[in-house]
Design a protein around this ligand. Structure first.
Ligand code: N7H
Length: 473
């Protein structure tokens, strides 16, 4: 979309920012180990030992560059593609307090923790697993492993977690609980409803060059200010700076972690049995709820059927769209489609509150424990940003949960130019009691079941390497 006012392209210290923040740790499996700090002095000693092994942006970026070069048939260093274990670490506000550093002035939601803000997110604390209740978590280790063989990646990650805990658990910390994520074995690269995942991610100023045009790296991939993701002397899209409230927080980023259970059978049953009058088939109905077909092709470009020319592998095509003229109607992509609610693109006008300023860097992974009795499946959602209140929380609360549409006037909504009285919610992630939406031609969806339930989560801060050294001192 037409862009933010100005963007600097700052020099990024890739050796300082943890590797999961801007690029994402490449992974076929990832274990999140939540811990409580028991002995501060011992924990600091152990942390000091761990810091040199933390995967930095330099490492994840090298890997990404090698993958891209390989798929483009260009030369690359094979060593850069070797399966490597990657470890990152982040702390809750409580954990940082224990380590004795001030976080005064930090994001208010981070300060309070996710459980305290659950009602605002639309969550029911009773749905949260025990480890996410009662503020037990001081921090999280994220251990990721990439290998084509998912089982091998999971075994390697679990072995590394054991080694890591052996190192730390002597006296410094105790594991509170863990989550085991892996690529969807039934359909790698797809989340458990079956949709291609990781299709759209913002480009970052300083990391990605303007290629498609002055504002975009790949076509349709707008470049977002570094200060929208990382704290430091960096511009944010609003024109101010992402000044860290405390010096040690420089080059750090807030991590939102959410355990989201998905009712796959319920989603399939609903879409396949209730599509009549709303779409031509169950698959088309499911696509309208998401805004993309399962292969990743966007409804805004391909409203009638999936298009292999715009699928999950066609990165120069699959984000090259705006909702633009469709403001007058929902004939291609419903207003409430998940991707339109969480990133409304040109639906929201330019300015400080524009859609680019609300972007997040997603770094989650699927989980599936349905092979164990009573086990569930879903998404270990993770995202990075320089403000939880302004970005994740805003998206979930005001864009996904609210029975309204994020357009700013002047807008034209329905076919007759009026906004429906109840435009509805994001029917994928919206956590609201009244679950419906109004589509064009008086098509009103009502009592749509809840397919995604938050079963836990926490807010963290992912410090830079220098920040970690300060915490370990
Ligand atoms: Fe969403 N889904 O399978 O339906 N998401 N998401 N998400 N999501 C996206 O671009 C999904 C969740 C975003 O730039 C795709 O990777 C599911 C939360 C954003 O066009 C699909 C869950 C939040 C984007 C899904 C879930 C977001 C995005 C398209 C929960 C933030 C990029 C593929 C279980 C509050 C939008 C892709 C853009 C894309 C699904 C959670 C945000 C298929 C099932 C909690 C910003």
């Amino acid at each position: 979309m037409p862009k933010q006012v100005l963007l600097d392209h700052p020099t990024i210290d890739e050796t300082d920012i943890q590797g999961d923040v801007l690029v994402g740790m490449q992974k076929a499996a990832e274990i999140f180990v939540f811990f409580a700090i028991k002995d501060v002095a011992q924990f600091k000693r152990d942390l000091k030992q761990l810091i040199p092994t933390i995967a930095t942006t330099e490492l994840t970026r090298k890997y990404e560059a090698a993958v891209n070069a390989k798929s483009a048939g260009q030369p690359f260093h094979s060593a850069d593609l070797a399966p490597v274990l990657k470890i990152n670490i982040a702390f809750s506000a409580k954990g940082i307090s224990k380590l004795g550093l001030s976080h005064a002035g930090a994001d208010p939601s981070f300060e309070a923790g996710m459980e305290a803000g659950a009602a605002q997110l639309g969550d029911t604390v009773g749905d949260y697993a025990a480890i996410y209740r009662g503020q037990q978590i001081d921090g999280v280790f994220m251990v990721a492993f990439w290998d084509k063989n998912i089982d091998h990646a999971e075994t390697e990650s679990l072995n590394s977690v054991s080694a890591l805990l052996g190192q730390f658990e002597l006296s410094g910390m105790a594991e509170v609980g863990r989550e085991i994520g892996s690529l969807n074995r039934a359909k790698p690269g797809h989340e458990v409803f079956g949709f291609a995942d990781g299709v759209s991610q913002p480009a970052v100023a300083g990391l990605h060059k303007p290629v498609a045009n002055d504002d975009q790296s790949l076509p349709g991939q707008d470049i977002v200010a570094l200060g929208d993701f990382v704290l430091g002397p960096y511009d944010r899209g609003t024109g101010d700076k992402a000044t860290p409230p405390q010096p040690w927080m420089n080059n750090g980023s807030y991590l939102v972690f959410r355990r989201l259970r998905q009712d796959v059978a319920g989603f399939d049953h609903y879409t396949q049995s209730q599509f009549h009058g709303f779409a031509d088939s169950g698959d088309a109905f499911a696509a309208k709820l998401v805004g993309r077909w399962k292969d990743g092709s966007p409804l805004a470009r391909d409203p009638l059927r999936p298009n292999p020319a715009h699928d999950e592998t066609k990165f120069t095509e699959n984000n090259d769209f705006e909702f633009g003229v469709q403001k007058v109607a929902q004939t291609r992509c419903p207003f409430d489609a998940h991707i339109r609610r969480v990133y409304p693109r040109s639906d929201v006008q330019d300015g400080p509150g524009n859609a680019e300023h609300k972007r997040i860097l997603r770094a989650g992974i699927a989980f599936d424990h349905t092979n164990t009795l009573g086990g569930d499946q879903g998404l270990l959602f993770a995202c990075y940003q320089s403000s939880i209140v302004d970005k994740f929380q805003f998206i979930q609360t005001f864009w996904a949960n609210a029975d309204s549409i994020p357009f700013e006037p002047p807008y034209v909504a329905g076919l007759d130019g009026t906004m429906p009285a109840h435009p509805g919610i994001d029917l994928i992630i919206g956590q609201a009691a009244v679950r419906g939406a109004s589509w064009d031609g008086n098509k009103v969806l009502q009592n749509v079941p809840k397919f995604v339930t938050a079963t836990g989560g926490e807010y963290f801060f992912s410090p830079s390497i220098s920040g970690l050294n300060a915490l370990a001192a």
